[in-house]
Unconditional design. Sequence first.
Length: 107
Amino acid sequence: MSKIPLYRASDPARLHDRRAALVLTTGSAAPPGFALVRHADAAAVAQAGGCACCRVPSGLTQVLRQLFLDRVRGAVEFETVVVVAEDDAMLAEAMSDPLVAARYGRA
């Protein structure tokens, strides 16, 4: 199985891809034209004195995990994922998750 292409965009209004899942990390409204839309707004939370494996995953990490599982189960159909984020920090944090890194590839 090949990895699902993962893109970062700062302005999804110019993108209209009916084969893409759109993940919003800000409070912005979703533009029309995407296969599905999900919201991910919480950052990862480190527990006091805890290592990286003990942190609570970010909302983006949780959404990407769930999108993959829903796709495998046939509950949703999409070919790529577009994440709306102002910078690469949130996406880099999500890609540090083993499941996300194994199933998604930065495009």
